[in-house]
Design a protein around this ligand. Structure first.
Ligand code: PA5
Length: 420
């Protein structure tokens, strides 16, 4: 369950000013009549996904796991962030059970790739390349290099068993490569764009390779999907309405704040979703994130007393880990007596309460989104929740949530420079 909490007065004001606009946005989304409506496949995907799709994902994952010490996940933006968000949130922090998942193609660092080559020389590995269009330069350049490395290391026949492509069903360069080389592949539905694709093979295959329960992930998404689609007044529309209202009264920055550091990449996924969906026509809320308590000792100063231009969306978790209890003999000094018999989890929870109180007093408007626990099910719910809320928020501002013309601008310039 995702719980939405905001001050009654904020909700009442938002509803007074924006309920008509909200209703129109929801109507446009549901009747599939808005800008970008050819990319609404994600809207009911969790309800409609067939068992064959999931079992294909699991079968390919099994093959990869059986033959690899390392799996290189190649992709960028929506073809990378969701999978990393899931894996970083749910897999153990320190020990890397095999296969270890490493990332490539998410930037153009030569130094990074050189280090990766060094690892791949010593380990058995597989490549999973994700690109809907097949024409993204970072992904194409990196995959080209690693494909050659793989063929040089294993020979063509064996390399073919170690390369999996996740791409459009029919279109694009990567699909042509799959057809030519008979690589294993999984399809991204044509009507689902990059940043809305986490609940397709784009997120499911890496999650399954990492040993996560993808059925539970989809169950969570399905539950959230039915909850939201069955009632126009739901947690996602309330969130969309409140954030739009806060922007209308001058709060142009949204900070997604969490006290769980393993949600760092979840926040990266969230930033990409909202920035690429809303940041157009000189409109949109600027999305950023904070990981507390770490950032309380740096950006926290600004949050408390800097310009009042941001609101904070706290992503909180109901059941937190409570294992590391401080005993009397652990106390460094009597000034720390109040820590006695409290776990680090409890102290973190109290720090969260304290921060919310302090920031509220510092006039930062606060929204809280609470999930039950850190599990595949809860993250499935949360992914769908944010996708829906993001589409509604963009439609409330008459923005197409599903294109990214600004990103194309940089690609165009880079292509020109490369060809000079
Ligand atoms: O959300 C998006 O559409 C983008 O962030 C893309 O996912 C990203 O640019 C990668 O594109 P592709 O999957 O075509 O390589």
């Amino acid at each position: 369950m995702v719980k939405f909490v905001a001050e009654e007065s904020m909700l009442a004001q938002a509803s007074e000013v924006l309920s008509t606009q909200l209703q129109q946005a929801v109507d446009v989304l549901h009747t599939k009549t808005g800008k970008g409506c050819e990319f609404l496949g994600w809207l009911d995907f969790p309800q409609n996904v067939d068992n064959q799709y999931i079992s294909d994902v699991k079968q390919i994952a099994q093959q990869i796991v059986s033959q690899s010490q390392v799996v290189v996940l190649i992709g960028i933006g929506g073809s990378y962030l969701g999978a990393r968000a899931l894996i970083e949130a749910l897999c153990p922090n320190f020990s890397h059970p095999e296969p270890e998942i490493v990332y490539a193609g998410h930037h153009l660092s030569d130094k990074y790739l050189q280090k990766l080559y060094n690892i791949l020389a010593k380990k058995d590995y597989s490549l999973v390349v994700v690109s809907k269009s097949g024409s993204t330069i970072e992904t194409a350049a990196t995959f080209g290099l690693l494909q050659r490395h793989c063929i040089d290391k294993y020979g063509l026949t064996e390399a073919k068993k170690r390369i999996v492509c996740i791409t459009d069903q029919k279109e694009g360069i990567l699909r042509a490569i799959v057809n030519k080389n008979a690589y294993s592949s999984l399809a991204i539905p044509a009507d689902i764009g990059g940043r809305y694709s986490i609940l397709t093979a784009v997120g499911l295959l890496p999650a399954a390779v990492a040993g996560l329960n993808i059925e539970q992930l989809m169950n969570g998404a399905k539950n959230m999907c039915s909850q939201i689609l069955s009632s126009p007044k739901n947690v996602a529309t309330q969130y969309a309405m409140c954030r739009t209202y806060l922007q209308s009264i001058g709060y142009n920055i949204e900070v997604l704040a969490t006290f769980e550091p393993s949600l760092f990449y979840f926040a990266e996924w969230w930033k990409q979703l909202f920035a690429e969906s809303e940041g157009k026509n000189h409109k949109g809320i600027f999305p950023t994130s904070m990981i507390y308590t770490t950032d309380l000792h740096s950006l926290g100063q600004y949050m408390q007393q800097g310009q009042r231009i941001m609101f904070e969306t706290f992503l909180t978790i109901q059941y937190f880990s409570n294992n590391c209890k401080i005993k009397e003999e652990d106390l460094l000094d009597k000034q720390f007596n109040s820590l006695k018999n409290k776990s680090i989890g409890e102290i973190n929870h109290l720090a969260q309460k304290a921060t919310m109180k302090a920031h509220k007093r510092g006039n930062v408007p606060i929204i809280e989104l609470n999930i039950n626990d850190l599990s595949e099910y809860s993250l499935g719910e949360l992914f769908y929740f944010f996708e829906y809320a993001c589409a509604v928020s963009a439609y409330m501002q008459q923005i197409n949530p599903f294109d990214q013309p600004g990103v194309a601008e940089y690609k165009k310039e880079l292509t020109t420079l490369l060809s000079q």
